[in-house]
Design a protein around this ligand. Structure first.
Ligand code: HEM
Length: 134
């Protein structure tokens, strides 16, 4: 049966991390606690610090009462989309990119060699001109 619950990724939820727009993720559910921040008995700073991550442990550690757990249901806006990876996928460098990387490194090496060679060349020419003047 299709669910009507709105799904949010952790990335999306973590963007709501200010006093004017504050979402927390607790036990797989997403809560928009913006209107409750000023009233929260534990202060707004602890809730703000719990944004952008799974705040279940923080919430449980604070020892919230049954009535607090009932109250929080008023702020539930959806559930966490667990199909989305929490850790961004690693980019695997292809062989083509590796070839480009080594070419870039060669170009950089050439540039860095060019500077001291140019300095030595200019010094030799300057020294030669000075000697000829004497
Ligand atoms: C929907 C979210 C939340 C609701 C509705 C809520 C509600 C409440 C309520 C009603 C209390 C008073 C004590 C009680 O009845 O348990 C409380 C205390 C507290 N809350 Fe929350 N809370 C929420 C989220 C959080 C989060 C994410 C944290 C992060 C750590 C947190 C930290 C605390 C702390 C530290 C206290 C203790 C304050 C004290 O006794 O000095 N709360 N909360």
């Amino acid at each position: 049966m299709p669910t009507l619950t709105k799904l949010y990724t952790m990335e999306e939820a973590s963007q709501h991390n200010t006093k004017d727009d504050c979402w927390v993720v607790i036990d797989g559910k997403v809560y928009d606690v913006t209107p409750y921040l000023d009233e929260h008995p534990g202060g707004d700073d602890v809730v703000l610090a719990a944004t952008g991550k799974d705040a279940t442990d923080d919430f449980e550690d604070a020892g919230h009462s049954k009535s607090a757990k009932e109250l929080m249901q008023n702020f539930c806006i959806g559930e966490l989309d667990t199909s989305a990876p929490i850790i961004p996928e690693l980019e695997i460098a292809s062989k083509k990119e590796t070839a480009n990387y080594s070419r870039n490194l060669m170009d950089l090496t050439k540039q860095y060699w060019a500077v001291p060679v140019a300095i030595v060349g200019i010094s030799v020419v300057a020294g030669f001109i000075c000697l000829r003047k004497k």
